[in-house]
Design a protein. Structure first.
Length: 657
C-alpha cells in the first residue's frame, strides 16, 4: 500500500475476549482524567453550574490570572446578589432603590441620586417599570480599596459596566448610586436581568466571583498606577495587628500542617517580619501558641474565629456611629450585641435608635435599641421584607422567634391521625369541639405558609391537607428556615416618641405600663431613667383627668381607663375623617355586624384600626395584620371584645380571615 493512501475501517473495537478494548478504554479515560475531563475520584465530574451563562470563559481566565498575579494591582471588592422578582420581590426592589437613594450618602451629606450609562439623573420608577416583566435582577456593591482618591466615581462605574458589556456580549440596562458615607466609598449598581434581545440574562458564577473583581482592579490600576512598595508594606503592616481575618492569616492557614503547626520563616525578609509579628498578635488574643524552635501552633477553627472577630468589630463601630448621631452617650460596657448566631433570649423593650443594613447584598437588617434595662442592644433582625418600617424614636418590643416545633404542628398531626392522614377545619372541630373556627384557621395558615415557602405540604382539590408521617420533621425544617430569615418578632408599642406621650389624650404605651404595674422593672439608668420620668408625668396627668386616684403612697387606676382614652381618640379622629370624606361615622358596638369595603389602615396612638366604608357611613374597628392583603375588598364580620371575626365578600358566606 502506498504511504499516501489510507482507508480507515470504521466500527467498534473488537477482540475475542474484550481485553484489548478494555485496555484501550482505560488508557483513554486515564488520559482524559489527567487533562481534567473526568474526575479520577468518582468517575464523573461534579456539576456545579459555575460555568453556565455569559462570561464563563473570561471569568475562568481572569480567575486563573488572579491566582498567579503579583501584589501590585489595586485591590477591589465586589459583592453580588441574584434577586428573583416574583412575589414580594418587586416590592423589595422598590425598597432597595429607596434605600440606596437615602439621605446623607454623598460627600456633602445629601441624598443619593441614581445615574445610568448616559445620564446623571436616572428615574428609578421608570427603571422599575421597564423591568416589570423581568424574572430577576442583579445587585452589586462595587468598591475599590483606593476609591477615596476618586473625586467622582461615575466615570469609573461607566467604564466598568462598558467592560462588562464587552465581556458578556450584550448591552446592559442598569442604574447606580455612589455612596461616600463610610470609610470606603462604594457604588450600588442595580442591573436588569435581561439581555439586549429581551431574553433572561444569565451570568456565569465564575465571572461574578472572579471576572468582575479583576476587571475593576484593572481599571483602578490603570487610573492610579500599580501599588508602590511603600503602599504594599504599609497595608501589610496594618494587617499584622488587625483583629480580623487578613491575607497574612490566609497564608499561615495554607502553610500549616495537620497539627496546625506553622513557622515564621519565609524567603522574603519582609514576609518573615510580617509573619512573626502576626503570630505574636495571634498569641496575644489566644489564637496561637509558641511551641519552641520558631514553631507555632494555631488554634482550632482560627479562620472562623478571626472572621467573627472582624464582624463584631464592625458591629461595635456601627453602634458607636449610630448612637453618636443620636447624641446618646452609652458606655461600651452597656452595649449588647445579638447577631444572627446569638439572638436575644428574652424580649427587649426600648426606643429604636437606628435600623440599617447588616448585609446590603443579602438584604439583612439590624436594629439598635436603647432599652429599658439601661443598655443599647444590636439585633440582627433578618430579611428586611419580614418587618414593617418603623420610625426612629418609636418604642418597640423585640421578641426572639421560637425555632422548635410548635403546639400547632402537633395538633395538626393529631387531627390528621383521626382523619385518615388529612387535616381541615371541619376535622379539627370534630377533634376538639371546644375550639373555635377562627382558632382552627390559624392551623390552616401555618400549613399554607409551609406550602408556599418550603413546598413541603400539599392539599387535595377539595381543600383537605395531606399530612405525611414525617410532618413534624417538615415543621421543624420550616421553623429553622423562619428563624434564619426572621430570627425575631418586632412589635411597635408606640410609633409616637416618648417625649410626646406624657400629655396626649389617647391610650398610650405609658398607660398600659401603669395599668400593668410594671414600672418597677424599668432600670433607673439610660433610657430607663427617661421612661421613669415620663411615667411620673403621665401618672399626674391621669389624676388630673379623673382617670386615676392618688392615694398618697400609691395610685389606683380606673378599670375603664384604657378603653375611655382609646374611645376619646377614636371619636376625635373619626370627626376629622368624616370631614375629609363627607361620610358619617358609625361607631361599632359589641355583638353588631360590621360590613363594607376595607378602605385602608388608620394608625392612631391607641393602636391600628381598619376603616370600613359603606355608601354613606364608615366605621373604625381594630386592625389585624391579615387584613393587609384584603384592602379594597368587601368585608363583613361580627364585633367582639377580642376584635372582629371577618369574612371576605358580602354576607357571612365568604372565606374567613
Amino acid at each position: 500500500m502506498s504511504d499516501d493512501k489510507f482507508k480507515p475501517r470504521l466500527g467498534r473495537i473488537r477482540s475475542k475476549g474484550g481485553k484489548q478494548a478494555k485496555r484501550f478504554l482505560h488508557k483513554v479515560l486515564a488520559s482524559s482524567a489527567l487533562m481534567g475531563g473526568i474526575s479520577r475520584s468518582g468517575g464523573k465530574s461534579k456539576f456545579t453550574g459555575a460555568r453556565i451563562g455569559r462570561g464563563a470563559a473570561i471569568g475562568r481566565v481572569l480567575g486563573s490570572r488572579d491566582r498567579h498575579s503579583g501584589m501590585r494591582s489595586r485591590r477591589a471588592i465586589i459583592k453580588s446578589r441574584y434577586v428573583k422578582l416574583a412575589g414580594k420581590g418587586r416590592v423589595a426592589a422598590q425598597a432597595h432603590l429607596r434605600y440606596i437613594e437615602r439621605d446623607g450618602v454623598t460627600r456633602e451629606g445629601e441624598p443619593g441620586e441614581l445615574y445610568g450609562a448616559e445620564t446623571d439623573h436616572a428615574n428609578g420608577k421608570e427603571f422599575l417599570e421597564r423591568g416589570q416583566k423581568d424574572r430577576h435582577q442583579f445587585r452589586f456593591i462595587v468598591s475599590a480599596e483606593d476609591g477615596a482618591q476618586y473625586d467622582d466615581l461615575k466615570p469609573l462605574t461607566r467604564r466598568f459596566m462598558a467592560q462588562m458589556e464587552s465581556d458578556l456580549g450584550t448591552e446592559l440596562n442598569w442604574v447606580a448610586v455612589d455612596h461616600f458615607n463610610t470609610g470606603h466609598p462604594h457604588t450600588h449598581i442595580v442591573l436588569r436581568g435581561v439581555d439586549d434581545r429581551g431574553k433572561d440574562l444569565v451570568i456565569a458564577r465564575d465571572y461574578l466571583s472572579n471576572g468582575m473583581r479583576e476587571r475593576l482592579s484593572e481599571l483602578v490600576t490603570l487610573d492610579l498606577g500599580p501599588r508602590s512598595d511603600l503602599e504594599i508594606e504599609q497595608r501589610l503592616r496594618h494587617d499584622a495587628g488587625a483583629e480580623r481575618l487578613t491575607s497574612i492569616d490566609r497564608r499561615l492557614i495554607r502553610d500549616m500542617d495537620n497539627e496546625r503547626i506553622v513557622t515564621a520563616m519565609d524567603r522574603d525578609p519582609l514576609q518573615q517580619s510580617l509573619r512573626a509579628g502576626r503570630l505574636q498578635k495571634l498569641k496575644s488574643i489566644g489564637l496561637a501558641e509558641s511551641i519552641g524552635q520558631g514553631r507555632w501552633q494555631l488554634e482550632q477553627g482560627i479562620e472562623n474565629t478571626l472572621r467573627e472577630m472582624g464582624e463584631r468589630g464592625d458591629i461595635i463601630r456601627t453602634m458607636q456611629r449610630d448612637l453618636t448621631a443620636q447624641n446618646l452617650k452609652r458606655a461600651r460596657i452597656h452595649q449588647v450585641i445579638h447577631d444572627m448566631k446569638s439572638p436575644p433570649t428574652d424580649p427587649i423593650v426600648g426606643r429604636i435608635v437606628k435600623r440599617g443594613y447588616s448585609d446590603e447584598v443579602n438584604d439583612r437588617h439590624y436594629v439598635i435599641v436603647d432599652a429599658l434595662d439601661g443598655r443599647s442592644h444590636y439585633v440582627d433582625i433578618g430579611k428586611g421584607d419580614g418587618h414593617e418600617s418603623v420610625p426612629n424614636d418609636a418604642i418597640i418590643k423585640v421578641t426572639p422567634r421560637q425555632s422548635g416545633i410548635r403546639k400547632v404542628d402537633q395538633t395538626i398531626v393529631d387531627v390528621a391521625a383521626q382523619n385518615g392522614g388529612h387535616y381541615d377545619v371541619d376535622a379539627h372541630l370534630r377533634f376538639d369541639p371546644g375550639a373555635s373556627e377562627r382558632f382552627a384557621e390559624t392551623h390552616v395558615r401555618r400549613l399554607e405558609a409551609m406550602r408556599r415557602i418550603m413546598g413541603s405540604v400539599e392539599h387535595e382539590a377539595d381543600g383537605r391537607w395531606i399530612i405525611t408521617p414525617d410532618h413534624l420533621e417538615k415543621a421543624s425544617a420550616y421553623a429553622v428556615h423562619q428563624a434564619r430569615d426572621k430570627p425575631v418578632i418586632i412589635d411597635t408599642l408606640s410609633h409616637v416618641p416618648l417625649d410626646q406621650l406624657t400629655y396626649i389624650d389617647a391610650a398610650t404605651w405609658l398607660d398600659r405600663e401603669l395599668a400593668a404595674k410594671t414600672p418597677e422593672t424599668v432600670r433607673d439608668t439610660g433610657f430607663g431613667r427617661e421612661v421613669r420620668a415620663a411615667l411620673n408625668k403621665r401618672r399626674q396627668w391621669l389624676v388630673e383627668q379623673g382617670l386615676a386616684n392618688d392615694q398618697g403612697s400609691s395610685v389606683s387606676y380606673s378599670k375603664s381607663m384604657i378603653a375611655n382614652l382609646q374611645r376619646r381618640e377614636l371619636l376625635r379622629i373619626a370627626r376629622q375623617l368624616s370631614g375629609q370624606s363627607g361620610l358619617a361615622f358609625q361607631e361599632a358596638k359589641l355583638g353588631e355586624q360590621v360590613e363594607g369595603v376595607l378602605k385602608r389602615r388608620v394608625d392612631l396612638v391607641s393602636g391600628k384600626f381598619a376603616m370600613i366604608e359603606k355608601s354613606r357611613e364608615f366605621s373604625l374597628v381594630p386592625w389585624r395584620p391579615v387584613l393587609e392583603k384584603q384592602i379594597g375588598k368587601q368585608m363583613s364580620g361580627i364585633m367582639r371584645s377580642s376584635g372582629v371575626s371577618w369574612a371576605i365578600g358580602r354576607g357571612r358566606g365568604g372565606p374567613s380571615v
